[in-house]
Design a protein around this ligand. Structure first.
Ligand code: CA
Length: 218
């Protein structure tokens, strides 16, 4: 595998390079988060090992820029401590996996093999359907350039639709995905919330399919 290693600590970078070469991989090493996007555009990497703590641009930001540029090369993030926030931030930035330092090279190789099998299929962190855009991490929604503020329940319902564009969803399906078990199963609550969403996002956002439910208009 052709692997890009982004790591600023010389000892760790040298260890990774040596280990990857011994394992039969072809690693390139850089210490600069800023260089990641153009390096990946210039070379066809199979995976990227990306340290979080870098001088200048952090690994999180570098990963976000890759994904924003439409580059889906698998990213394995290296976090310095076992902090939940770091792992969450990494995954939300579009990383595919993470390892907490210190780690064994055996585990790094195993994770790289798993990522290599996955390939660079598109895995956007934001959901986009037509003019609509939804970011599950920051819980924000836009129609075109305009951000639309949704309540938590409206957001949950909207996310359910955005994950299934073009599908007709019954009131029961929508209840199951956007409401918890404790909620008394009264299907008109879905109609009420679809009405709220239409008021906020535009009446053309959903089609009503008589006798079946609703469909997000693509
Ligand atoms: Ca570092």
């Amino acid at each position: 595998m052709r692997v890009l290693v982004v790591e600023d600590e010389p000892k760790m970078a040298a260890l990774l390079r040596r280990g990857l070469v011994e394992e039969g991989h072809a690693p390139d090493v850089t210490a600069q988060g800023e260089e990641v996007v153009w390096l990946v555009e210039a070379h066809d990497y199979d995976a990227i090992v990306l340290d979080v703590m870098l001088p200048g641009m952090t690994g999180f930001e570098a990963c976000r820029r890759l994904r924003a540029a439409g580059i889906w090369t698998p990213v394995l993030m290296l976090t310095a401590r076992d902090a939940v926030e770091d792992r969450v931030a990494g995954l939300d930035a579009g990383a595919d996996d993470y390892l907490t330092k210190p780690f064994s090279l055996e585990e790094l190789f195993a994770r790289l093999r798993a990522l290599g099998r996955r390939g660079d299929v598109e895995r956007p962190t934001e959901l986009v359907v037509g003019e609509l855009r939804l970011d599950p991490a920051s819980r924000r929604v836009w129609r075109g350039e305009k951000e639309v503020r949704l309540s938590p329940k409206e957001f949950a319902l909207m996310e359910t639709f955005m994950r299934r564009p073009g599908q007709v969803l019954s009131r029961l399906q929508l209840l199951e995905h956007a409401w918890d078990f404790a909620y008394e199963n009264r299907s008109n609550v879905v109609d009420v919330y679809v009405r709220y969403l239409r008021q906020k996002l535009g009446s053309d956002v959903f089609e009503t399919v008589r006798g079946a439910g609703y469909r997000l208009a693509a």
